[in-house]
Design a protein around this ligand. Structure first.
Ligand SMILES: [Zn+2]
Ligand SMILES: [Zn+2]
Length: 272
């Protein structure tokens, strides 16, 4: 049954990849959720592996409570970020520095600034040199959820479809069926949630630099570890057993961050 008109018809309905809602394209267009040029995109995406998120699920900002939203807006105001505008790398870093200083009362370390720059490129997949307001807002919303809510509360935000997909990913990794996977596999799974829709297929060489850490999940690189620890320590950590409950807990923020349709990565996983 279509979420908007509440009528069931046999004509094709678009399923949301996150929740159980389905929609008529005509209804989406009538409500202004589909612009003319994105209509074709939705029709193409909704039935692919990538899938399509409906307007409830696409907007991570909707997950915030009124108080959390207020606190986010206060921070933005304090950092002189103007809503609805694009941010350059300088704007983004300046903002991250201020927020960090506010929270920890000391400047950001070099490694953290590097991490912020990486996050910026993940939010700017087309390398336009700026990030869209909505991508920035989604990124900040998920950051705030991570900061303010205990992981158990985040788990309650997952839909049945998201749990099912995570379960399937876990079972595929647990090849001997003992209920445990290795820490390294758990970390690499984080990159796997982000199946982003790409307008044009990038050439091979572009795609590797473009997706960055996602290439870690490819079978060829899955055995390598970029960790700077001693090989033995890294190996030990790689091998730490992770059960289903911890797997879900450690991945929940990334599963939520993968919801928006935008090609941007709203929460860049640390290098695997
Ligand atoms: Zn309808
Ligand atoms: Zn949905």
């Amino acid at each position: 049954m279509c979420e908007i008109c509440e009528v069931w018809t046999a004509e094709s309905l678009f399923p949301c990849r996150v929740c159980s809602r389905v929609y008529h394209d005509g209804c989406l267009r009538r409500m202004g959720y589909l612009q003319n040029d994105s209509a074709v995109e939705v029709t193409e995406t909704a039935h692919t592996e990538t899938g399509w998120s409906c307007y409830y699920c696409d907007n991570l900002n909707l997950l915030l409570t009124e108080e959390e939203m207020f606190s986010l807006m206060e921070t933005l105001r304090h950092c002189k970020i103007i809503p609805e505008t694009c941010l350059t790398l300088d704007d983004f870093l300046h903002y991250k520095h201020l927020v960090h200083k506010q929270q920890f009362e000391r400047p950001m370390a070099e490694a953290q600034e590097e991490q912020a720059a990486l996050q910026f490129s993940a939010l700017d997949p087309d390398k336009k040199g700026h990030i869209e307001w909505h991508d920035f807002l989604s990124h900040e919303s998920i950051q705030l959820l991570q900061k303010l809510r205990p992981q158990n509360a985040l788990l309650r935000l997952l839909t049945a479809k998201e749990r099912e997909r995570a379960r399937a990913a876990f079972l595929a990794l647990d090849q001997d069926g003992d209920g445990f996977i290795r820490e390294g596999e758990c970390r690499r799974a984080r990159h796997g949630w982000f199946r982003k829709h790409q307008k044009e297929m990038p050439s091979c060489s572009v795609s590797i630099s473009h997706v960055g850490p996602m290439s870690e999940s490819s079978p060829t690189s899955s055995g390598s570890s970029k960790s700077q620890k001693t090989p033995a320590a890294a190996e030990q950590e790689e091998a730490r057993p992770v059960d289903w409950a911890s797997f879900l807990r450690e991945n929940v923020a990334y599963i939520l961050a993968a919801r928006p349709n935008s090609a941007a990565l709203h929460l860049q996983p640390p290098p695997a």
